[in-house]
Write a protein that binds this ligand. Structure first.
Ligand SMILES: Cc1ncc(COP(=O)(O)O)c(C=O)c1O
Length: 283
């Protein structure tokens, strides 16, 4: 069976399976206190530059929820596109687990613009109004569109000008970097992103994502929120080993380029085979 429905239908990359097999030897400290996890944290830090805080979780919804819990109080709000995965496809987990409101904005293409976001930035200091605290974008978006680096920077600047944070749902951030031809450091760290849900599952892993905080203080309570959110993996070496393989010899980039090329091929073939509108047989 071949399905084009989602990258979640795809099998695991052989190098990831190999890494899982290799990690499956003997005992290791639990809950991320093992050397494989230490190596994966270092690899992620090297990839993004600087000294970001890294937390591994099981899945994408978990990454978004734990990241947002770290950025918000329940009286604060997240501004996001109406089409955002956190709004549409997470069964209300972000609202339920943060206690915060999502302020959703309609978009043509799944992308927020600073002008649009600006319309939601009011009521600061008013006790009757939720306090906008996070702008959350998805890169690449649920529509397969991309934010240019300048567009991300503009949203980060807007957030920071209002004492807010920019969160990126990067379930497919690798695809975005591959398509834009830039490094993850250029795309994420250098544009001023505060917190990233760094996708692994859609880039060849069996399971596993990482939350990356680019300001130390944002990760301060992350380990507690992660545990409370049931996202702490006791045998974390198996998530970490997958990331180590993904971040060796740019496997993440190869996988993303391949996925992008296949998506492009699918588009070309679908367009080629699109039936022309049927003629009226009576004429
Ligand atoms: C953009 C985006 N964010 C987050 C997720 C959530 O991932 P998961 O299904 O692992 O919770 C998905 C899953 O398809 C997604 O497409």
């Amino acid at each position: 069976m071949k399905s084009f429905a989602s990258d979640n239908f795809a099998s695991v990359h052989p190098k990831i399976m190999e890494a899982l097999e290799k990690a499956n030897a003997g005992h290791a400290m639990a809950y991320g206190a093992d050397p494989i996890t230490e190596e994966a944290e270092k690899r992620i830090k090297d990839l993004f530059g600087g000294e970001p805080e890294v937390f591994f979780v099981y899945n994408g919804t978990g990454a978004n929820v734990v990241a947002l819990r770290c950025l918000l109080h329940p009286f604060e709000a997240v501004v996001c596109a109406k089409t955002a995965h956190i709004n549409v496809d997470e069964c209300g987990a972000p609202e339920w687990m943060t206690g915060s409101k999502l302020i959703t904005l309609p978009t043509e293409d799944g992308k927020l613009t600073p002008e649009q976001v600006q319309t939601a930035l009011h009521g600061f200091g008013d006790q009757h109004h939720v306090q906008p605290k996070v702008i959350s974008i998805t890169q690449s978006t649920e529509y397969g569109t991309l934010y240019a680096r300048e567009e991300m920077k503009a949203l980060a600047d807007l957030a920071h000008a209002h004492n807010m944070y920019l969160h990126v749902d990067g379930a497919r951030i690798a695809n975005a970097a591959a398509a834009l031809g830039c490094t993850l450091k250029e795309l994420v760290t250098d544009t001023g992103v505060d917190a990233l849900s760094f996708g692994g599952t859609k880039n060849g892993l069996m399971f596993g994502e990482a939350i990356v905080f680019f300001k130390k203080e944002l990760g301060q309570h992350a380990k507690f929120y992660r545990k409370q959110s049931a996202q702490l993996c006791s045998k974390n070496r198996y998530i970490a080993a997958q990331f180590n393989a993904l971040l060796t010899d740019d496997l993440w980039l190869q996988n993303a380029k391949h996925a992008n090329a296949m998506a492009q091929r699918l588009l070309t073939e679908v367009q080629k085979n699109k039936k022309s509108p049927s003629r009226n047989p009576c004429r």
